[in-house]
Design a protein around this ligand. Structure first.
Ligand SMILES: Cc1cc2nc3c(=O)[nH]c(=O)nc-3n(C[C@H](O)[C@H](O)[C@H](O)COP(=O)(O)OP(=O)(O)OC[C@H]3O[C@@H](n4cnc5c(N)ncnc54)[C@H](O)[C@@H]3O)c2cc1C
Length: 459
């Protein structure tokens, strides 16, 4: 008998767009078992190959079917210590679920929802895994506590290394903490998941900017780290380079989201950092960051929030679920529009002028290229959030001249090895803005290379 894909319960759109509580409410055991029963347990599971950290997906789903959730958790934990996070934010439709055989004729198994269910079960039931770590007393340093840094740290710790993570901000987790909003990824979940690394003995140091407080050279030569992993992400926003872009009321998504997620601007004046957006808010961009900015603006009380995107709906790079949720929350999508100028009065932005685009031939990304038409439209706005991408912050490069980077500031690596012996890199700092699970996969793989390097270069 064909069983339909289970739908995850969510908060009603007109209720949730006024609060910051989590939108998707998760599956209970009964729903999880129904969804798990849809898995075909393929002999040659394509989902595992498409998972950047190669979780044994059929095995953990089988354990859910058998109601052995602890076993399911242990299976996932071997490959990924952050299941409650990845279950919530991975673009599953492009990875594991995209490869699910069931998806050819109907809907794929909801692997992400099941992963989240198992991760949340482990948190609620305080499941702990004692790992037997044999200390080797060799010190390694990790720069950045985002998913790449955490995954690398955990893999190295399991091999017995003394692992120190250095984080520039006052909270750990990278984008998971300061970028992805509470209504998609509760910060209590981020902290609980990261605490697992602390329990394993990974040391965390905050408020230390590598490249300013301590240099890479010092880490290697004065602090005696045998190897370093750069997982410092891509936190530098790209600008549109337009006239009027420095008017008051124009934010970069990073700043806007950090003010809300990390500095709790939504709780102003109880929290000290405000964010002023007004009633009409334009969001420029079509990725996950743009969706998060739009939905956050709505929750801060803006009446009209519209996304300006230069291609069409099919080309939006954001996760399908986020687009779907944004539409339900009455975010307006104004497509085939490219901002060309911001117009202000008394230094405050008042309007955004956009060129109307049309779609031409396919470009290198496989999507139809937006072409200018020399026709324009102008919209009244009180604020605008620019979300068109990020590149790595140049602080480390500036303090480390022999670190090779490309013309976009991304660290150049060969098998995760940078141009400096013993210094490795992975995640967004190498690829540019990508995904949580790709960053984790890079962190894990880089750890293997770091171990090889250290073992080969032992005194
Ligand atoms: C708003 C937003 C929403 C997103 N949504 C999704 C999503 O739904 N799904 C998904 O898969 N991906 C999403 N992404 C992308 C994903 O979060 C990133 O690809 C991922 O976090 C990259 O991990 P990372 O560890 O390489 O870098 P980061 O997460 O950026 O972590 C880098 C860390 O290094 C620290 N750091 C930087 N410089 C220094 C320094 N000099 N010294 C010390 N520490 C330093 C930073 O403070 C930060 O904590 C989103 C990104 C954003 C911005």
């Amino acid at each position: 008998m064909k069983i339909d894909r289970v739908k995850m319960p969510v908060q009603e759109p007109n209720i949730r767009n006024c609060n910051f509580n989590e939108v998707a409410l998760g599956l209970d055991l009964q729903l999880a078992k129904i969804e798990a029963s849809r898995c075909l347990d393929c002999k040659n599971p394509r989902c595992v190959k498409e998972c950047p950290v190669n979780i044994d997906i059929p095995a953990f789903i089988k354990s859910i079917k058998e109601e052995n959730i602890e076993e399911a958790y242990f299976t996932i934990y071997k490959s990924n210590i952050l299941p409650s996070i990845c279950g919530r934010v991975c673009p599953q439709e492009k990875q594991c679920e995209g490869a699910c055989i069931l998806g050819i004729k109907s809907e794929p198994v909801s692997i992400g929802a099941l992963e989240r269910f198992v991760g949340d079960y482990a948190i609620t039931n305080n499941l702990k895994i004692e790992e037997c770590i044999i200390e080797n007393n060799i010190k390694v340093a990790i720069v950045g506590s985002g998913p790449a840094g955490i995954a690398c740290a955990v893999s190295l710790r399991r091999l017995g290394y003394t692992v120190d993570i250095y984080e520039a901000l006052h909270e750990f987790g990278g984008v998971l903490q300061y970028g992805i909003p509470e209504f998609r990824l509760p910060k209590s979940i981020v902290s609980t998941e990261i605490n697992k690394a602390k329990t394993m003995g990974v040391n965390f140091f905050k408020n230390i900017i590598i490249g300013k407080s301590i240099t890479i050279n010092q880490l290697l030569n004065e602090y005696n780290y045998k190897s370093i992993f750069l997982g410092n992400g891509a936190g530098l926003p790209k600008s549109l380079g337009l006239k009027g872009e420095n008017l008051t009321g124009i934010y970069f998504a990073n700043e806007f989201l950090t003010r809300v997620n990390l500095m709790k601007a939504n709780q102003f004046p109880e929290a000290p950092t405000p964010v002023r957006i007004g009633q009409n808010v334009a969001i420029v961009g079509g990725g996950n960051v743009a969706m998060d900015a739009a939905r956050t603006a709505k929750r801060l009380g803006a009446k009209n929030v519209f996304v300006l995107y230069r291609r069409d709906m099919n080309a939006l790079p954001a996760r399908l679920e986020e687009v779907h949720h944004a539409i339900e929350e009455e975010i307006d999508f104004r497509l085939l529009l490219n901002p060309v100028e911001f117009i202000g009065e008394n230094y405050q932005v008042k309007q955004v002028k956009c060129e109307i685009m049309e779609l031409g031939e396919k470009d290198a990304s496989g999507r139809r290229r937006p072409m200018p038409t020399n026709k324009f439209k102008t919209f009244d706005i009180d604020s605008c959030v620019i979300s068109i991408g990020q590149s790595p912050n140049p602080i480390i490069k500036k303090a480390t001249p022999n670190l090779e980077v490309d013309n976009r500031g991304r660290v150049i690596v060969n098998d995760y090895q940078t141009s400096i012996p013993g210094v490795f890199a992975g995640g967004d700092v190498v690829t540019g803005a990508a995904t949580v699970i790709l960053a984790m996969g890079a962190g894990k793989d880089a750890a293997i290379q770091m171990d090889k390097y250290i073992q080969t270069n032992k005194d």
